[in-house]
Design a protein around this ligand. Structure first.
Ligand code: FAD
Length: 320
């Protein structure tokens, strides 16, 4: 018995959510007294693969097939199933991200394995295998018991902080049979629609709320984000009003983020917003109302008009 983690990559770099999944898998393996191995598909350097040891992986199976640089969920399901069989894995872990959401349910059907999507805690293995997850848009929790022999869990990104352990994984080439006919869909073009850095992976996020008055003022947020190399985000009313796209919405009903620095501009700090951002290491709040609830959650606060403060901040940062 072992634990297997599917670690997805983008342009040869393992995604942060996948590192969190590997780390989660290592903790599950420790609870079960077994080892955790990872499977990576597509072209990735040996150093990048071996670095998964830093998050607890003992071995990385690598399917170095350029056709898998973009995820084709049907084919990758077949590959992960073959890897699980080879390793005798009973627990298979994914990140609950775009590829995890596409592959985990397919694998669940294929292996007749119970699946819990979006785990927020390590499983309780004291009496079975019970996993906690959010339900009803984060308004409640559910504890779900998996009773099938094979178990699949996807881990909610940005829920667990990464804590590298300083190891190197053994890398093993893995070549399951994949035919061209297995590829039913193909990514023909990818267009980046948001800021410069994906939101859930961003180290720095500049986020705007209704205090910015309208979409025509978003240059303020974008200029500051550009200087800091940050991603941009928004509160829910901002995306509901169509000022910003929905994929920038953070909070209880949006994305959960955990950057090193979260700068909130003209956001009141409602509990539903905080639910998605309070894992940030440092929170800076810019709001003209000194009573805004966000200041209670802030590490640093600036009471002032965003239209005066933010351009000055951006200009000052350009000097560094
Ligand atoms: P407002 O509450 O209108 O606050 C605007 C802030 O800007 C104020 O604090 C004001 O003082 C400040 N301001 C105004 N002008 C300036 C200026 N010139 N300079 C500086 N500051 C200024 N919200 C989310 O964000 N994410 C969620 O996922 C989410 N999920 C929800 C789920 C449910 C079930 C419900 C009921 C609500 C949810 N909400 C969510 C909405 C949430 O309750 C708040 O209504 C929302 O976060 C408020 O957005 P805001 O802070 O941008 O706007």
């Amino acid at each position: 018995m072992s634990v297997l983690v599917f670690a997805d990559q983008h342009e040869g770099k393992i995604k942060k959510a996948a590192l969190e999944a590997v780390q989660y898998g290592a903790s599950v393996a420790k609870q079960l007294g077994t080892a955790v191995n990872a499977i990576v598909v597509g072209e990735v350097s040996n150093d990048e693969l071996a670095s998964l040891g830093n998050y607890g992986a003992a071995k990385v199976l690598h399917v170095a097939d350029a056709r898998l640089n973009d995820i084709e969920p049907g084919v990758v399901t077949k590959v992960v199933a073959a890897a699980a069989e080879k390793e005798g894995a009973d627990v298979i872990i994914f990140a609950h991200n775009f590829s995890g959401k596409a592959i985990a349910p397919r694998l669940s059907a294929r292996l007749k394995a119970g699946l819990v999507a979006g785990a927020i805690e390590l499983p309780d293995t004291s009496n079975g295998f019970v996993v906690k997850k959010n339900v009803f848009s984060g308004k409640a929790f559910a504890k779900v018991s998996i009773s099938s022999a094979k178990k699949i869990v996807s881990v909610l990104p940005n829920t667990f902080s990464l804590a590298p352990v300083g190891g190197t994984a053994a890398v093993e080439a893995f070549s399951p049979a994949i035919n061209d006919a297995d590829f039913k869909v193909k990514v023909v073009k990818v267009e980046t629609v948001s800021g410069e850095v994906p939101l859930t992976e961003a180290e720095i996020i500049v986020s705007g709320g209704r205090g910015l008055k309208g979409p025509e003022n978003w240059g303020l947020v974008e200029d500051l984000a550009h200087v800091l190399g940050a991603a941009t985000a928004a509160s829910r009313p901002v995306s509901d009003s169509g000022w910003r796209p929905h994929h920038e919405h953070v909070g209880q009903t949006g994305l959960t983020v955990r950057p090193n620095l979260y700068i909130a501009i003209g956001i009141s700090g409602a509990i539903q917003h905080l639910a998605g951002v309070n894992g940030s290491k440092v929170i800076v709040v810019i709001n003209k109302d000194p009573e805004a609830p966000f200041f209670k959650a802030a590490d640093y606060g600036i009471v002032g008009d965003a239209f005066e403060v933010v351009p000055k901040l951006t200009e000052a940062l350009k000097k560094y």
